[in-house]
Design a protein around this ligand. Structure first.
Ligand SMILES: Cc1ncc(COP(=O)(O)O)c(C=O)c1O
Length: 408
């Protein structure tokens, strides 16, 4: 086992193992999209991003900006303190009531990050005699929650509920409590958990169910209320719904929603809530306005649906591999290898479309992809344009990877 006295040497080695070599042909990550947009404008070119979570196009909505500005004026920016002891503002309560009402749960609690919400909730509610059942393609925040909990973690194959049921049948009796965690719309593959079946399994096996709706709020369901609405499940049947404000809700932060008894308990005990600050009033105001707009401007949901369907249809026609995606907010295009993926991303950027490659981090090594986030704000010609470029591009062997700076 190598021993490193220098942390820098250790970091250098770890970075190399993590795939640093892929950056040598030009770094496609951390591109400042505002600068790219600005540069393109100066040169009279277009710039379109398929890389942000702004599913309904609310991030720059004038009403969202105005409410954030008004909150800034009234309350300032700072979070001040833990909400329990000095940081509580009336804005927190307003947003939480609105979220619970929208989702159809009794109550909701907001936290400063969606990622933190999963980590702290999963690790807090389970004890050493409990078990956690997670999907093998769970988001890293769920995996981190699993690593932080003292409960035993048991992994089921992606969306394979027969496997989950088998594991519960075999092992449920070994534990006091069992928590199943699944996602609404999976963030890398754009597919769905079978919620109707999950509810049956949880009842049959005496388990609790947590659904991470990060990518389904404002995307799934006739009114954008998420997976429950999409498949007709009563949200009261889900023990915990977790979500984020950083996607459709145009700001930043996370939330947990569920029965009043659960949320009241968490409000006084959840470490990531109690020992951290509450949301800045600027953030709360922006999220609450975005939530309001989601209901007031239903055409956005319809536009997102049309855009995503157009994208899926064109991609399939062009023979591109969209994996298991159902064709809503997230659609991956899978490539044979990482170099091919990098080259495709670079090719798109050279034509003004920003779609960073997803290689090594976040997906299995042999399934690199370009992940597209579709938005109500995309136009038909942008969607046709990007698919056309992918359909007509030559393979990596005919086209060297261009550097990002040369590409704009
Ligand atoms: C499924 C899922 N859960 C949680 C999170 C974390 O949310 P946030 O980025 O708002 O911290 C993400 C982020 O993309 C996600 O995809």
């Amino acid at each position: 086992m190598s021993k490193f006295n220098s942390l820098a040497d250790y970091a250098t080695k770890r970075f190399r193992l993590a795939g640093k070599a892929y950056l040598e042909g030009g770094d496609p990550f951390f591109a400042a999209t505002d600068s790219l947009r600005q540069e393109a404008k100066i040169k009279g070119r277009h710039f379109v991003s398929f890389a942000n979570y702004d599913y309904l196009g609310l991030a720059s909505h004038p009403a969202v900006k105005a409410s954030a500005a008004a909150a800034l004026e009234t309350f300032g920016v700072g979070a001040l303190a833990s909400r329990l002891v000095g940081g509580e503002r009336s804005t927190h309560h307003h947003l939480e009531v609105a979220l619970a009402e929208f989702l159809g749960t009794d109550s909701a609690l907001t936290l400063v990050s969606g990622y933190l919400t999963n980590v702290t909730t999963i690790s807090h509610i389970l004890g050493s005699r409990d078990a956690l059942f997670i999907d093998e393609l769970s988001h890293n925040s769920i995996v981190s929650g699993a690593k932080s909990t003292v409960a035993e973690t048991i992994v089921f194959r992606h969306n394979d509920l027969d496997h989950l049921d088998f594991l519960l049948r075999e092992r449920r009796d070994h534990y006091r409590n069992a928590l199943i965690v699944a996602e609404g719309l999976y963030s890398m593959d754009g597919d769905l958990a079978d919620l109707v079946e999950l509810v049956k399994i949880k009842r049959r096996r005496g388990a609790w169910l947590l659904i991470d709706e990060a990518h389904s709020i404002g995307v799934l369901g006739a009114q954008g209320r998420g997976l429950c609405e999409h498949v007709g499940v009563d949200p009261q049947d889900i023990d915990l719904i977790i979500g984020t404000l950083s996607k459709t809700l145009a700001s930043c932060g996370g939330f947990i929603a569920g029965k009043a008894a659960v949320i009241d308990w968490l409000r006084y005990t959840l470490p990531g809530f109690v020992y951290s600050v509450g949301l800045s009033p600027v953030i709360t105001a922006a999220a609450e306005t975005a939530l309001h707009l989601l209901s007031q401007e239903p055409w956005r949901l319809e536009r997102l649906r049309q855009n995503a369907e157009l994208f899926m249809g064109l991609a399939r026609e062009a023979g591109l591999d969209t994996g298991p995606a159902i064709g809503r907010g997230v659609v991956p295009i899978l490539f044979s290898d990482s170099l091919e993926t990098l080259a495709a991303s670079s090719h798109l950027l050279s034509h003004g479309y920003y779609v960073p490659p997803i290689i090594q981090i976040g997906v299995p090594k042999d399934q690199p992809r370009l992940r597209f986030f579709l938005s109500a704000a995309h136009t038909e010609s942008e969607i046709r344009g990007v698919i056309d470029l992918l359909a007509t591009r030559k393979s990596v062997h005919a086209e060297p990877v261009a550097s990002l700076s040369a590409a704009t």
